[in-house]
Design a protein around this ligand. Structure first.
Ligand SMILES: [Mn+2]
Length: 354
């Protein structure tokens, strides 16, 4: 890992060398605990080199690689773009503007001229937050921010993530405190609105995890409310029974909350030999969002490619070899489930409310 880390840091330096002095940098980051941690670590370190840094959280129904995001950035004066924890694609976000991709999902291409720091393929796989931490270390010591890196590692890999940075953070802070904070930070983007701004603000404002949980910041209440909303929705969804076709099991739910990955995760341990999919018809109007998990004997990304319902957008079949998903229109979803051998009971019609 030391060799990979040195290479990542070299790529980071090369990206910075391409930027004008005091450049305006925009960071696009995923709204889960790992993406927010990556964004927060970069936001707190890059200004030390004189850069002006802004952050855009990419959340519910959004993608860093969509034409919509390109349009949003088009009129802005950004001189450097960093995309964290949002995958890697073959097209530029703003042609001519230096782009750095920090990620650990399977790359679906690399944009022309982009600098890429990818943890994919490393064992163990570093999270985007840990990669951002290593980048930040080329600028300054991040010892006082190790708790943010720990939030990234616990959020994506869990409390036992085999990285020295997590062990170090646990020497400073209780595991229970770090886990509680991670759970709250992750709850925001799972809520019905998907608004992760309170989670990001709390990471920026707090001096440490105990301070974050002290009740001093109003964001904490918002995160608690988000977590309650998600828990209630999850308790309903847990009651649904899976439907089977061959080695595929689908579990259906109808909720604005992002609980389909949690349901897939729960059923994965019960149905070890199956490709399990949490299927949410209520997450975003007009779309079926699904989250899939599978045993190590299957490559899910390849499976989803092989069963793709015709042309699909960039959100379909990305992610990790054993954890992927997508969002499909009703027509595409219906085609997809019939390809998988399901009957009409898994099809979705316009105006459906459960
Ligand atoms: Mn991640």
């Amino acid at each position: 890992m030391a060799e990979a880390k040195a290479a990542y840091q070299e790529t980071f330096r090369q990206f910075l060398e391409r930027l004008p002095e005091a450049a305006n940098i925009v960071i696009l980051c995923h709204s889960d605990a790992d993406g927010l941690a990556a964004g927060a670590l970069l936001f707190k370190t890059l200004p030390k080199l004189g850069y002006l840094v802004s952050v855009r959280l990419i959340g519910k129904g959004e993608s860093a690689w969509s034409s919509n995001t390109r349009e949003l950035l088009y009129e802005s004066d950004e001189e450097g773009i960093i995309v964290a924890d949002l995958g890697s694609r073959e097209h530029s976000i703003q042609p001519g503007i230096p782009l750095l991709v920090i990620d650990h999902h399977r790359p679906q291409g690399v944009a022309p001229g982009a600098f890429i720091i990818s943890g994919y393929g490393q064992k163990p796989t570093p999270t985007s937050g840990l990669l951002a931490h290593w980048c930040g270390e080329t600028i300054t010591s991040l010892d006082s921010l190790l708790w943010i890196t720990a939030v990234s590692l616990i959020g994506d890999i869990g409390d036992k993530a085999p990285f020295e940075e997590l062990a170090q953070a646990k020497k400073q802070w209780k595991g229970t405190v770090l886990r509680e904070l991670t759970s709250l930070i992750n709850a925001a983007r799972r809520s019905g609105t998907g608004n992760a701004i309170p989670a990001f603000d709390l990471l920026l404002k707090a001096k440490n995890p105990a301070d974050a949980l002290s009740g001093k910041y109003p964001e904490l209440e918002k995160l608690r409310a988000a977590r309650e909303e998600v828990t209630a929705a999850l308790n309903v969804a847990k009651k649904a029974a899976p439907k089977f076709s061959g080695k595929v099991a689908l579990i259906r739910m109808h909720s604005p909350c992002q609980i389909h990955p949690l349901i897939a995760q729960i059923w994965r341990t019960r149905l070890k030999d199956y490709i399990v999919m949490g299927v949410n018809t209520g997450y975003r109007p007009g779309y079926v969002h699904f989250s899939a998990r599978c045993p190590v004997s299957v490559n899910l990304i390849d499976f989803l490619r092989a069963n793709a319902p015709g042309e699909v957008d960039e959100g379909y079949g990305g992610g990790h070899d054993q954890a992927s998903g997508g969002a499909l229109t009703y027509a595409k979803w219906n085609e997809f489930v019939s390809k998988l051998g399901f009957g009409s009971e898994m099809k979705v019609v316009m105006g459906q409310t459960k």
